[in-house]
Write a protein that binds this ligand. Structure first.
Ligand SMILES: N[C@@H](CCC(=O)N[C@@H](CS)C(=O)NCC(=O)O)C(=O)O
Length: 228
């Protein structure tokens, strides 16, 4: 059964990315809609109506509101029929997905919003945590001996991990270079045609640490939750 899928989010390269990546990988049609275009209201007026008061949210068939990016990822895996049926592998995949998701804070807000001295301090303060978590992910993929974290084809956990590792390049491009196996993982995800198409066409995030903006249809917009 084909569902109408609407992914509601903001102007930032953060928790909307993994859902977008898995939608493109699985070639499932969805609409990518900014909160203000969907509701025609400011975020502060919309927020109380959202089940868990944050985005991204996936609206299914104009009826079901699915919040929490990890729930969206699992839903898309199920919808596409690529869910991991083996309970042990499924649990391992979830551990990878959650461990990568924990990189969200403070990596994503820093890259999308921090500027000047604050950017530098946040970057330097989070570096021990990033290095430690990258080491864990590096070890997990090496132990598995597959192309991706679970199989030779990617699953939800791979797209969540991809997003955060990829975003780290905008925080400090030298970090990922310390982990050649993770760099290879990024290249393997980027070389999948449907994913490559999305990555090449998505809004570019520019002026990180100075005045971050997303270039949408050729026009730079400040990152954030407001219509510009
Ligand atoms: N655990 C949630 C976190 C969602 C979240 O932090 N969303 C942020 C944007 S990335 C948000 O809605 N910010 C606006 C607000 O909190 O009012 C998830 O994984 O989806």
């Amino acid at each position: 059964m084909k569902h109408k899928l609407e992914l509601i989010y903001f102007k930032m390269r953060a928790l909307g990315e993994a859902p977008r990546l898995i939608f493109h990988y699985t070639e499932i049609d969805y609409d990518d809609v900014m909160s203000w275009d969907y509701y025609d209201k400011e975020w502060s007026d919309v927020k109380p109506e959202i089940p868990f008061k944050q985005l991204p949210m996936l609206i299914v068939d104009k009826k079901h509101k699915i919040c929490q990016s990890m729930a969206i990822m699992t839903f898309v895996e199920n919808l596409a029929g690529i869910n991991i049926t083996d309970p042990i592998l499924n649990a391992k995949a979830n551990a990878i997905m959650q461990s990568a998701h924990e990189l969200f804070m403070p990596l994503n807000p820093t890259v999308n919003f921090a500027t000047g001295e604050k950017f530098i301090k946040k970057r330097d303060d989070m570096m021990p945590f990033l290095i430690s978590r990258f080491e864990d992910l590096d070890k997990a993929i090496k132990e598995n001996d597959k192309k991706f974290f679970i199989f030779d084809e990617p699953r939800a956990c791979d797209f969540v991990t991809f997003h955060h590792l990829d975003l780290s390049k905008l925080l400090d491009p030298s970090l990922i270079k310390k982990f050649p196996r993770l760099e290879k993982f990024l290249e393997d995800i980027m070389s999948i045609d449907s994913v490559k198409f999305y990555l090449e066409s998505r809004p570019e995030l520019i002026d990180v640490s100075i005045e971050p903006k997303l270039v949408i249809d050729g026009v730079p917009h400040p990152t954030g939750v407001k219509k510009t």
